[in-house]
Write a protein that binds this ligand. Structure first.
Ligand code: NDP
Ligand code: 8X3
Length: 251
């Protein structure tokens, strides 16, 4: 029987690449995000190319009622979820602590931390019922190191790191694996979002070296989720060859 993966933030970047990778391997995909048009387009492309089913769910992970409503009412034939990828997230701005916008801080914390918690809480009953499952949280190198003007984004990703450890402990009795993947710089829409549509600033982030690509992360997640039942990758930091950590990139 086909397996099912639920991916948040599948309308672009890592999430979209993860959906493409798993769909190609025969997995049914529940894809979520706020941009309905993009999700519907991806759903029809994947279901036309591969003999799988795709369920697009449109909601904002910051809205706890919307999360509970969308995930709590997943049709019965979609409730056997094998993997949850908590990927939806963003950085907004790159400003010193005294200059940063409170609204940006709220959005990052509400999305990257509280959104991940709401989605996980909503999905857990399905995993606990079956006493199996795999939660994969997308952290960042920013979950491990704090860099200049990274303040709230780094804090939000440190929280993802802590929450991954907490879930791993609390979900042990239910045989649920928890893996945190921490990528370094990756060429997606991330920097366009961070710099609020400033194409020049966004492009500069990836100039002079080959950054990670969304497909690299999809490949790693596919590997991590196809290990023997008794094996769990707990924590994985991954950068491109040119990047050593948050501070050193050879350009
Ligand atoms: P993208 O901007 O390409 O994708 C982000 C995805 O998150 C989109 O699908 C977006 O969908 C979704 N999303 C954002 N906010 C919300 C929200 N409030 N509710 C629902 N969905 C939301 O960036 P990436 O693919 O790079 O980012 C994915 C994850 O990877 C993020 O958590 C990011 O922090 C992390 N990361 C990224 C790195 C990078 O350098 N690119 C490195 C390390 C970690 P929509 O707009 O349709 O809602
Ligand atoms: C995204 C990578 O270095 O911009 O999480 O924080 S970085």
């Amino acid at each position: 029987m086909s397996k099912t993966i639920l991916i948040t933030g599948a309308s672009s970047g890592f999430g979209k690449a993860i959906a493409e990778k798993f769909a190609a391997a025969g997995w049914n995909c529940i894809i979520t995000g706020r941009r309905a048009e993009r999700l519907n387009e991806l759903a029809s492309t994947l279901s036309n190319h591969y003999s799988i089913r795709v369920l697009p769910l449109v909601f904002d992970v910051q809205d706890r009622e919307a999360v509970a409503e969308a995930i709590g009412n997943i049709p019965a034939d979609w409730q056997q979820i094998d993997i949850l990828v908590n990927n939806a997230g963003l950085a907004l701005g790159r400003d010193s602590f005294d200059q940063a916008s409170l609204n940006d801080w709220d959005t990052m914390i509400n999305t990257n931390v509280k959104g991940l918690m709401y989605v996980t809480k909503a999905v857990l009953p399905y995993l606990i019922k079956r006493q199996k499952g795999h939660i994969i949280n997308i952290g960042s190198t920013a979950a491990k190191e704090v860099y200049k003007e990274g303040n709230a984004y780094c804090a939000s990703k440190h929280a993802v790191d802590a929450l991954s450890k907490a879930m791993r402990i609390d979900l042990l009795p239910h045989h649920i694996k928890v893996t945190a993947i921490h990528p370094g710089a990756a060429e997606t829409e991330f920097s366009m979002v961070r710099f609020k549509g400033d194409q020049q600033k966004a492009s500069q982030v990836y100039e002079g070296y080959k950054a990670l690509q969304a497909e690299d992360i999809a490949e790693i997640i596919f590997y991590a989720s196809n290990l023997p039942e008794h094996v769990c990758i707990n924590d994985l930091v991954v950068t491109c060859l040119a990047q050593a950590n948050s501070y050193y990139t050879h350009k």
